[in-house]
Design a binder for this molecule. Structure first.
Ligand code: SF4
Length: 335
């Protein structure tokens, strides 16, 4: 989706009031508005587009040409036509995916520290060893990797998936035994939706994994009628008590279309910020969990990225081609 950019600090201040966050004072909004104007000018000069993940800071949404979840951003980065470069406001594996689909364009990540606990949970070497071990037991075995992994892990996979299409990809792939990496919670969720045998990896997203059923029940008891939407990266005891288990973009559609007006959004808090700004007539309660990696991307970092053309993402050809094959398989199977 595209977002309207406020022309000045006062408008930005008014808009960010919806977040009820003391950090967004009038002075801070004035500063952000000046940086936003600089970024908009630089985008034109550099012929750049900015893609932003749903978990980014609210002020980043103001400079984004497109905001979405991993699947939407993967699709959008494959459709970029009139730009010379992409600035990716998200984490490292997502910028790698943009590079996979845009080998001839410069792809920039404003901060190279923006990693991911899930992507760190699996290396290509460890995956190759485990796959060889399991193939001896299950000759039909296929590897499905959640997109939250590095490009070299994707290159060893038969198909990728996102939380939005994981079940569709697993059901469509020609195998009864699936090694699913790296998210154990998502693997457990997929197992509840398929008759195939899922063999999970021991990784998790530290943001979602720390959320407990007690926290959710406390909010539910305090806000009668609240609809609980949980992301499948959450633990299974949290998913068991949710009203719906949805990817981040499915949460946006659900909240837009539902007659309910109170939602507890059980995922990283950036999504609640986006919902509060886009649907001001509804009430969104946050899980109060922030991803430290996502929040490493700042407006100043995005501006400096455009000024200094840093930090460029590069991939060896064989990794890029292998990852592209697994991602395209996902787009085919998960459509
Ligand atoms: S929210 Fe979790 S899965 Fe997403 S980037 Fe942060 S650590 Fe990784």
């Amino acid at each position: 989706m595209n977002i309207q950019t406020p022309v000045n600090g006062a408008e930005l201040y008014r808009k960010l009031q919806a977040l009820n966050d003391d950090a967004y004072t009038r002075e801070v909004c004035e500063r952000h508005a000046a940086t936003i104007a600089e970024i908009m000018r630089l985008k034109k000069e550099r012929r750049a587009v900015i893609l932003a993940h749903n978990y980014q800071r609210p002020e980043i949404f103001e400079v984004a040409d497109f905001i979405g979840d991993s699947l939407e951003l993967a699709r959008r980065s494959s459709e970029v036509r009139d730009a010379e470069m992409i600035v990716f406001c998200g984490v490292h594996f997502m910028a790698e995916t943009a590079k996979v689909f845009n080998p001839d364009r410069m792809v920039l990540l404003p901060d190279m520290r923006a990693g991911c606990s899930l992507a760190d949970a699996v290396t290509a070497e460890a995956l190759a060893d485990r796959k060889a071990e399991l193939l001896a037991l299950y000759p039909d075995l296929k590897v499905v990797s959640y997109v939250n992994c590095t490009a070299d892990v994707k290159a060893l996979s038969d198909a990728c998936c996102t939380s939005a299409n994981a079940v569709r990809v697993v059901n469509a792939i020609a195998a009864e035994h699936i090694l699913f990496v790296p998210d154990k919670n998502l693997a457990n969720y997929v197992q509840t939706q398929t008759s195939k045998q899922i063999i999970s990896w021991d990784g998790n997203c530290y943001v979602h994994h720390q959320i407990t059923p007690d926290e959710v029940e406390k909010v539910r008891a305090g806000i009668p009628g609240v609809v609980v939407l949980a992301h499948p990266e959450c633990r299974k005891d949290v998913l068991a008590i949710a009203d719906a288990v949805l990817s981040t973009s499915a949460m946006v559609r659900y909240a837009e279309q539902s007659p309910a007006d109170k939602f507890l959004i059980v995922t990283e808090c950036g999504l609640s910020d986006r919902l509060l700004m886009e649907l001001p007539d509804k009430h969104f309660f946050k899980a109060c969990k922030l991803c430290r990696y996502m929040k490493m991307i700042t407006l100043a970092g995005a501006r400096d990225s455009l000024v200094n053309l840093r930090y460029e993402i590069t991939l060896p050809d064989e990794v890029r081609e292998g990852a592209r094959r697994a991602l395209e398989r996902m787009l085919e199977l998960g459509a």
